[in-house]
Write a protein that binds this ligand. Structure first.
Ligand code: HSE
Length: 343
């Protein structure tokens, strides 16, 4: 099993060699996927990437920008986001990578296309940070490790969303990622077998659930009974991922007795949406990240469509919320370069 530990010395790290690298491209375009954090009992330590949804970044060398600096030249799909790179999750991650690389001689401009709604529980801030981190690294020749990229993204997450890597880890690496420890920082990618099917039904209601507010709803302490229950289900979840068992994975992610009971009442209709998903045949259902998106899992795309329709209907009838369903598979790649140019 691959593992990334904060303390592993990396002889290929650019800081061990030259600083102020030259760009190898004039511009690069990157994509980073949406992520589902927590997966029920994996609160703050487990997440996975899902395909089809995500953010795109175009990053260019710009002689009009002061050397060593970055500007955000355009943002589409999210009018509320700041163009100040110090207050934008893509900008913060990009600056962090520029700092790690020691970029001093060229200025950069970044353009962000938001494919993910803000505050939706789909790792929107992490997708922007991941796409930005990979873009800066790629522009200068892709010398950094995945671990470096995740840590840069975590800096960004800590400033805009909270100190948790269960979105940024899988947004960078793809697949399932377990955050084993924050001090020291250590993550373990978990391989869901390639010959097994896993389908996510993501239902996003027209409702805002800011992560900060949803974290404030959590208990400061938990009882021993709940601790045992959640630990055993989290362990089952990890085993199910490694065995490619969508049925056990679903029942484990459905069994959180600590976080979901506190957050579900803050999302109108959530309890009924979960019942609708299970009655329609889902293996399990819970809140995606901090919500309000609700995620159900199954092992076939056709059933996924039917389950999504039932969940959308339940949001409308029981929560008075319009919602949109997306059926996605696991994204096994994570943040990636989709094109590069020297023009
Ligand atoms: N683990 C975080 C939370 C994820 O649930 O607060 C936020 O996307």
């Amino acid at each position: 099993m691959l593992r990334f530990s904060f303390h592993s010395p990396n002889p290929n790290h650019p800081s061990a060699k030259t600083l102020d690298p030259s760009p190898v491209f004039r511009s690069v375009k990157t994509f980073a996927p949406a992520t589902v954090a927590n997966l029920g009992p994996g609160f703050d330590f487990l997440g996975c990437a899902v395909d089809g949804l995500g953010d795109v970044i175009t990053l260019s060398v710009d002689p009009g920008v002061a050397p060593g600096k970055i500007v955000i030249s355009s943002i589409s799909g999210a009018p509320k986001l700041s163009h100040n790179p110090l207050r934008n999750c893509a900008g913060i991650a990009a600056i962090e990578i520029m700092r790690k690389l020691g970029v001093r001689s060229v200025g950069l401009s970044l353009s962000l296309e938001k494919g993910l709604p803000l505050g939706s529980g789909l790792g929107s801030s992490a997708a922007s940070a991941a796409a930005a981190a990979v873009a800066v690294d790629a522009l200068f020749g892709s010398t950094l490790t995945a671990h470096d990229l995740v840590l840069a993204g975590l800096e960004s997450e800590a400033k805009v969303s909270g100190y948790h890597a269960d979105n940024i880890g899988p947004a960078i690496l793809g697949g399932f990622v377990l955050i084993r420890s924050y001090e020291p920082f250590e993550i373990l990618p978990l391989n869901f077998p390639a010959d097994r099917d896993l389908v996510f039904v993501l239902v996003s209601p027209d409702f805002e659930a800011p992560t900060k507010k949803m974290r404030e709803a959590l208990p400061a302490e938990v009882g021993m009974k709940e601790h045992i229950r959640n630990s055993s289900q989290a362990a089952a979840l990890v085993a199910a991922v490694l065995q490619g068992d969508a049925r056990v994975l679903g029942s484990a992610l459905s069994s959180d007795v600590i976080v979901e009971p506190k957050r579900a009442p803050l999302i109108p209709g959530m309890a009924a949406v979960k019942v609708a998903a299970m009655e329609a045949g889902a293996f399990g259902c819970t809140i995606s990240g901090a919500g309000p998106t609700v995620v159900a899992v199954i092992d076939g795309e056709q059933q996924g469509k039917e389950i999504g329709d039932r969940m959308v209907e339940a949001f409308l009838v029981n929560g008075g919320l319009r919602a949109k369903a997306t059926v996605s598979k696991l994204d096994r790649v994570g943040a990636r370069v989709i094109s590069s140019s020297n023009q």
